[in-house]
Write a protein that binds this ligand. Structure first.
Ligand code: BES
Ligand code: ZN
Length: 459
């Protein structure tokens, strides 16, 4: 769905040919420094040292959604936006998070090494071990395991079926052993009140117990599963708003610049995505005192790494009227890696839109031609599905440090950050400055540019 209010102006221009006829005549030589005064209002004010410092601070520890370190990042980001005069809001949202339990197995007073099985209930049990082979319904036929612990071999049916069959036969717990060497990392799929505590054993330990039981030995065991389960956690988005400074000329439109502030566990997330947050903070500073006729919003999202939870929560919170007024969403995610490729714009449907058009034009004016392609995997996705033109800015191919403890500040390139800040800053400013989207009245306007589609998606 296209924004109706926008059609007569920018969208109509750029979605057809990308240009009102008046600008088609203009000739431009791509240059390292834009020849447009309006670009330079932004470009010349960007201080890459500010971006680098913010990334250094944010990436001092992983910022996993729902943890104190994510909350510390949220407060830092909010305070920075507020100090630049933005109206800020910290938007909480909840999500469910699974915590793996501590498990223990003791057989004849000796501890046996064991692993947890995802979604096992907590509990403790002691009793006689009974070997029930693969734990199928047939294996349990005629057996009463009340007060006993079932020993079951991996294979043929799912772990959850094995546990439900054991539970139906009265077992108070289940030990499932592997059918091949190596660790068994199993899941019951989802929580179920009919489950009994279930723990994984190695093939060697399980086969030995099974053989002893089959030889007629009586073996008793104690199992314990503690501290596991689903917890409700809270993550937050940071929203910073700059209302149009020129209320009389106000377009009633909104532009959103986004990044995510959370990281995966164990990764400092300097590039993913403290880089996008750092560039957002600097663009917010640079634009804070600029005259504007369009509402500018910077949003940093929480829990992106858990499935774009923050951006879905944010888009859900927008009224239909607000959604209709958002003319573009610029998502910066992984925009500063020394070891990644070129800056590429990705849209969910692989089509150009107002965001890619304006940014490609800004890229030519500031000396960096851009390409575009098709990819989801970041916070532009929920905006796209809400009918809002959106694009992800990312370097392609991505660096080898992605989602590792090596995603640290020493891999960050100031040049890459600077280039992204210039392009996104110039493109955003092109919409929010008072001369546009009344393009026909602008003294200077971007020349439409050709830009190539990269095929094969993000690597
Ligand atoms: N920054 C990445 C996005 C990304 C895209 C990285 C393409 C590498 C290549 C983002 O933070 C991320 O990791 N996204 C998740 C998907 C999301 C829906 C949980 C991913 O790509 O696994
Ligand atoms: Zn990311």
């Amino acid at each position: 769905m296209k924004k109706k209010s926008f059609v007569p102006l920018l969208v109509a221009a750029s979605l057809t040919l990308g240009i009102p006829a008046a600008y088609a005549k203009e000739t431009h030589t791509p240059a390292a420094q834009s020849q447009q005064a309006f670009d330079n209002k932004i470009v010349k004010r960007i201080k890459v040292e500010n971006i680098y410092r913010d990334i250094t601070i944010l990436s001092s520890e992983p910022r996993v959604a729902g943890t104190e370190s994510e909350w510390n990042a949220v407060q830092y980001i909010e305070a920075k936006f507020a100090s630049n005069g933005y109206k800020t809001d910290i938007q909480p949202f909840t999500f469910e998070s699974y915590q793996a339990p501590n498990v223990g197995v003791t057989v004849a007073d000796t501890s046996v090494s064991s692993d947890s099985i995802t979604y096992t209930p907590n509990g403790e049990a002691s009793g006689e071990l009974v070997y029930v082979r693969l734990g199928t319904a047939a294996d349990f036929e005629g057996k009463d395991l009340t007060g006993k612990i079932a020993l079951i071999k991996r294979g043929d049916i799912s772990f959850s079926e094995k546990v439900l069959n054991a539970s139906a036969a009265g077992a108070s717990a289940v030990l499932i052993f592997n059918n091949s060497p190596g660790a068994l990392s199993g899941t019951l799929g989802a929580p179920n009140n009919d489950f009994v505590p279930a723990i994984a054993l190695s093939q060697a330990d399980g086969e030995k117990l099974a053989a002893d039981l089959e030889a007629g030995q009586a073996i008793s065991a104690t199992v314990s599963v503690t501290g596991g389960g689903i917890q409700e956690k809270t993550s937050h988005n940071v929203v910073a708003v700059k209302e149009p400074s020129q209320q009389k000329k106000a377009t009633n439109q909104i532009v959103i610049v986004g990044a995510h502030h959370d990281s995966v566990p164990g990764a400092p997330g300097a590039n993913d995505d403290a880089s996008g947050v750092g560039v957002s903070l600097e663009l917010a500073r640079v634009m804070s005192n600029m005259p504007t006729d369009t509402e500018l919003r910077f949003v940093t999202f929480g829990a992106e790494e858990l499935g774009l939870l923050g951006s879905y929560a944010y888009v859900d919170s927008l009224s239909q009227d607000e959604r209709d007024r958002v003319v573009g969403m610029f998502q910066m995610d992984m925009v500063g890696s020394r070891d990644a490729g070129e800056l590429v714009m990705f849209t969910v449907d692989g089509q150009k839109n107002i965001v890619t058009d304006l940014s490609a034009a800004a890229g030519v004016r500031t000396g960096t031609p851009l390409t575009y392609g098709q990819e989801g995997r970041s916070d532009h996705v929920p905006f796209h599905y809400a009918g809002i033109p959106a694009a992800l800015f990312i370097h392609d191919p991505v660096e080898p440090w992605y989602h590792t403890p090596e995603d640290s500040i020493d891999k960050i390139s100031k040049e890459k950050l600077h280039e992204t800040a210039e392009i996104v800053g110039a493109a955003v400013y092109h919409i929010v400055r008072p001369d546009t989207p009344a393009l026909e009245k602008a003294k200077v306007a971007p020349k439409p540019v050709e830009y190539e589609k990269v095929v094969g998606g993000l690597q």
